[in-house]
Ligand binder design. Structure first.
Ligand SMILES: [Zn+2]
Ligand SMILES: [Zn+2]
Length: 149
């Protein structure tokens, strides 16, 4: 299954600025991975490696994984883990947005909070938890796949 992305254009800080702000050392591989992710939100590590690899022959797949983990730990990248699919990454963080995912072609689209602001959903039972965020994945067919079906 290929993973394409439907998204509205977003602006992110330039790589060196974002990395420095997150307390990460600015390296060539981190900068390349960050830039690739800015151009292709909701990408898997393998897709990013395919983007960056040809331009940086000495970059290993492992260093792409390492860069993404460092970004996620530093809070400048969000991990999305759709059931049955490779983990996806994006630079749009901290706004508790949700995702629409096509069960056929794997296209991913952002959806703003369902209601107002995080956690934006009230569970029928909170079991005493102080809820900070909610993450929803809407599964279905994208318009292209629905039209073809
Ligand atoms: Zn589709
Ligand atoms: Zn997203």
């Amino acid at each position: 299954m290929s993973t394409t992305t439907v998204h509205s254009p977003a602006r992110y800080p330039a790589a060196p600025e974002a990395l420095r702000e997150a307390g990460l050392r600015v390296t060539q591989s981190r900068t390349a991975v960050y830039d690739a992710l800015a151009a292709r939100p909701h990408a898997s590590a393998d897709a990013l490696f395919a983007d960056v690899g040809p331009r940086m022959p000495r970059l290993s797949r492992q260093s792409v994984y390492n860069a993404l983990n460092d970004f996620a730990d530093a809070g400048i990248v969000r991990r999305i883990e759709p059931a049955g699919q490779p983990m996806l990454f994006e630079l749009r963080v901290s706004d508790n947005h949700h995702h629409l995912i096509c069960t056929d072609c794997g296209a991913v689209a952002d959806v703003d909070c369902a209601v107002g602001h995080a956690p934006c959903l009230t569970p029928s039972q909170d079991h005493g938890f102080a809820i900070a965020s909610a993450e929803v994945t809407y599964w279905g067919l994208c318009s292209t796949c629905a039209a073809a079906a």
